[in-house]
Design a protein around this ligand. Structure first.
Ligand SMILES: Nc1nc2c(ncn2[C@@H]2O[C@H](COP(=O)(O)OP(=O)(O)OP(=O)(O)O)[C@@H](O)[C@H]2O)c(=O)[nH]1
Ligand SMILES: [Mg+2]
Length: 441
């Protein structure tokens, strides 16, 4: 479905590859090509504008211009930014700490909620979960039959909402939760009603369901074929009900992909899965980085980027030193460091690999074992980009969310934050000392 966009962006990549030097002029040309490619793919224009501005700022940075391979650096920037607008991938589905995890699917009529409920059930069953399926639609009692059939074909239990129960919806929902718990199902998938347009009645109904069930995930199911309409309605659902994530359906059709590329920026919520067919196994976990690579036709470009990344390693150390000086060292940088450390294999090997051993000495003293590095990375992965850049905003409830997301205890999150702070202070100090000594004290 990204074919056309892919073709066009690959042309830009080729163009850049061919240009030895990056100048304002040829970069301007490349940006124009990128802009057109996105607009034609039906990407929201605001998203396009931001994307363009970010690439421009990064590409015209002196470090890129001065590098030996500016074209390749720019290609890497485009890929990274594309990954960014496709969202952050954490885990495909969030499960609640206490059973059952309740997952509610919402969206417009015909977007694929019922089909996707079945697909998700199948996916979860394959991962050892024991899902129970239910359809909640106050207006259309017959909506249940479709899901009942799907559940039957998957050999999964279906909870029947009787007409009598629907007459007292809040009681019915409470009974449903009790029933699920007693039956021992650890996942309750709730299919909901759809309408042609966002209307107050539906929003009220969905809000009521959400309030009573208190789901761990409210997934907006959007039809990628409807392009910007899906984006607009996603925004409405996000604002009026509150959604936690997105599933895009019908990506097997000839959707131009603009929805996928606009959805995350507009709602701030991640795309977790995509539907690529009508059958119950046609659900794919969404990986922003892989999707970005696919769009750019990375077959031949990947190696270029790897090279650019190698080149960047040296530059990265310098950049790190700059950041430390300006006190801009963030969790993003920390994560990069951890990634490099992991490549080294062991903790003993890693210290020598650090760009500046002095400031990092604290790490060795704080008794981190190799397993901890993995945990730390998981914790950082569960932070939002904003949190990584500015850890000060990580308050109590954010700490709990991060702990849940990473599957690590809260005290470990606290520990990491504390160590990070200490590291920052240490860096500041050692840089300060260096400065003093360079002034002859
Ligand atoms: N090709 C394709 N078709 C899909 C996909 N997902 C759903 N569909 C089809 O889209 C149509 C509508 O899907 P439903 O699951 O009934 O949609 P819904 O959101 O439950 O609709 P309402 O309950 O009427 O609001 C069906 O014909 C599905 O087979 C997909 O990923 N690819
Ligand atoms: Mg349905």
């Amino acid at each position: 479905m990204f074919d056309q966009l892919s073709d066009r962006l690959q042309k830009v990549m080729k163009f850049l590859k061919g240009e030895g030097k990056i100048t304002e002029k040829n970069m301007g040309e490349a940006l124009k090509m990128i802009r057109m490619a996105f607009l034609e793919a039906d990407v929201n224009y605001k998203v396009v504008k931001e994307f363009e501005a970010r690439i421009k700022a990064k590409a015209l940075d002196q470090a890129v211009l001065d590098s030996l391979t500016p074209g390749q650096q720019v290609i890497k920037i485009v890929r990274d930014e594309l990954t960014e607008i496709l969202g952050v991938s954490d885990k495909p589905l969030t499960f609640a700490g206490t059973s059952p995890s309740i997952v509610m699917l919402v969206g417009l009529q015909g977007s694929g909620k019922t089909t996707t409920t079945g697909k998700l059930a199948r996916w979860a069953k394959g991962r050892g979960k024991s899902p129970l399926l239910v359809s909640f639609d106050l207006k259309r009692a017959a909506a249940q039959d479709q899901l009942k059939m799907i559940a039957g074909s998957l050999g999964l239990p279906f909870y029947e909402m009787t007409a009598a129960a629907m007459a007292r919806p809040d009681e019915a929902l409470r009974e449903l939760v009790k029933f699920t718990r007693n039956r021992g199902n650890d996942l309750l998938l709730v299919d909901t009603a759809g309408r042609l347009h966002v209307d107050d009645e539906l929003m009220d109904e969905l809000r009521m369901v959400k309030t009573i069930l208190d789901p761990v995930e409210v997934i907006y199911v959007g039809d990628a074929m409807t392009g910007q309409d899906a984006v607009k309605s996603a925004q409405a659902f996000a604002e009026r009900i509150g959604v936690t994530s997105i599933i895009l359906t019908k990506l097997d059709g000839d959707a131009r992909g603009g929805a996928a590329l606009s959805m995350v920026s507009v709602t701030g919520k991640p795309i977790k899965f995509v539907g690529v067919g009508e059958k119950s196994d046609k659900l794919e976990v969404f990986h922003p980085d892989r999707m970005a690579s696919r769009i750019l036709g990375m077959g031949d470009i990947l190696s270029l980027i790897e090279k650019a990344e190698q080149d960047a390693d040296v530059e990265e150390s310098e950049e790190l030193a700059r950041k430390i000086r300006r006190q801009e060292f963030t969790f993003e940088d920390f994560k990069k460091q951890l990634g490099q450390l992991k490549k080294m294999g062991s903790l003993s090997g890693m210290m020598s690999h650090l760009p500046n051993v002095g400031p990092f000495k604290g790490l060795a003293q704080t008794q981190i074992d190799d397993r901890k590095l993995v945990y730390f990375e998981a914790i950082i992965n569960s932070m939002t980009p904003a949190e990584r850049l500015d850890p000060k905003i990580i308050n109590g409830s954010r700490r709990q969310r991060i702990a849940r997301g990473s599957g690590r205890p809260v005290h470990e999150v606290n520990q990491l934050l504390k160590q990070f702070q200490e590291m920052r202070t240490m860096m500041k100090k050692s840089v300060f000392q260096k400065m003093l000594s360079s002034f002859g004290k």
